[in-house]
Write a protein that binds this ligand. Structure first.
Ligand code: SF4
Length: 384
């Protein structure tokens, strides 16, 4: 069986957060009770029973608990979820089991518990190590709490720790960004995900900007920040292996590579998205609706059937996000399509401009460092 015919990653979504960050438009909610978390977890365990065995799952499929803030779930509930995965053959010998943790939501004892449960990787939502920047976007933690959380995870014995960072924050400048990067790399982190702040419509951040109550760094400054990140992190040994992700050799997120390699994954929980190679299923984002639907036998959501053209286009632009790019032989085997024959004429301009590199010996197509900055222009070729 080919790897694209089996589930390669399993994702569980926890939609709870202590407080909504001002920029966040994810399916996450504040103001919940212990009872809400228990009811939601029970529904997720049921959903795992209902859908968990519907597709062949690779024995080493990755596991990822994301959110929201999965580290908020009480130990008893996390244990129930992990047990449900074990029972349904979704957690056997994962190549990686990650849990997202927001600083301030897990003490040393809880981090130890995550390790005991079998997680071998933690991804911390650090975002910045400057208290003014954290406050400006409504994060609940301080810089020192974030550093304390990282140190505790290292003490507990986690060898694979990642942090998320954001650039373009209100009040941020090149010096404060560099300071955050320097402290994190100095602390021995081997994986960083670094995103530019995006202003999503309808978020409190968008309103505050409209009202002039908050100011973001201008475009030139944002570009300078982007350049600082992509120069500084490789100088510290963290190679850029995807548009927004940097890692030491061997520390890449194997779970996220499942997405970028366009391999099938199975997800559980409200708003969670599953992909079987031909169709995507996205569960309803509303927690109460999700719980009710699972209780009546099947999680409610939207099914999107992907035709052959769409599958190929998605495979290409997801694959090109990663630095290693596309294996043209695999594309031919998987989609019965000669990519260079189909898109070669349009790709020629980008190859000439050195935004795209074609390795004819290895039969690989990839974005160059410069091409990563203009990735959307390249991707347009595939999504007409
Ligand atoms: S912690 Fe993450 S998911 Fe929760 S509100 Fe903040 S950005 Fe959104």
């Amino acid at each position: 069986m080919q790897k694209w015919e089996q589930i390669q990653g399993v994702y569980l979504h926890t939609p709870f957060c202590l407080q909504k960050c001002l920029y966040c438009d994810f399916a996450s909610y504040a103001g919940f009770s212990e009872a809400d978390m228990a009811a939601y977890t029970k529904a997720m365990c049921c959903e795992i029973e209902q859908r968990g065995q519907s597709l062949p799952v690779a024995a080493d499929a990755t596991v990822y608990f994301g959110g929201g803030t999965p580290s908020l779930l009480p130990e008893k509930l996390l244990t129930a979820l992990v047990d449900a995965l074990h029972k349904n053959g979704l957690w056997r010998q994962p190549t990686e089991a990650t849990i997202e943790v927001n600083p301030g939501t897990a003490d040393k004892q809880k981090l130890h518990f995550f390790k005991e449960l079998g997680f071998d990787r933690i991804s911390f939502g650090v975002q910045s190590l400057n208290d003014n920047e954290l406050r400006a976007v409504g994060r609940i933690h301080t810089a020192s709490e974030a550093l304390e959380a990282l140190a505790m995870a290292q003490d507990v014995g986690f060898e694979r720790i990642s942090a998320d960072l954001i650039y373009g924050l209100p009040g941020q400048n090149l010096a404060t960004l560099q300071q955050s990067l320097k402290i994190l790399t100095g602390a021995g982190l081997q994986h960083l995900s670094v995103y530019g702040l995006t202003v999503e419509e309808g978020t409190p951040l968008a309103h505050l900007l409209d009202e002039g109550k908050i100011v973001l760094p201008d475009e030139d400054m944002q570009l300078a920040m982007y350049e600082l990140v992509q120069e500084y992190l490789p100088s510290q040994g963290l190679k850029r292996y995807e548009i927004s992700n940097y890692a030491m050799a061997g520390q890449e997120s194997r779970h996220n590579l499942v997405y970028w390699h366009y391999l099938p994954y199975l997800s559980f929980g409200s708003a969670a998205c599953s992909f079987n190679g031909q169709q995507r299923f996205t569960a309803v984002p509303n927690v109460a609706e999700y719980i009710k639907s699972v209780g009546s036998g099947v999680a409610a959501g939207v099914v999107e059937r992907l035709d052959a053209e769409t599958q190929l286009a998605e495979y290409l632009f997801m694959g090109l996000r990663s630095f290693e790019g596309i294996d043209l032989r695999e594309a031919e085997q998987r989609f019965k399509c000669d990519v260079m024959l189909k898109f070669g004429a349009e790709l020629a301009r980008f190859i000439k401009e050195k935004l795209v590199a074609l390795d004819t010996d290895k039969k690989r197509l990839r974005l160059t460092e410069q091409g990563m900055r203009f990735s959307n222009e390249v991707f347009e070729i595939f999504v007409k």
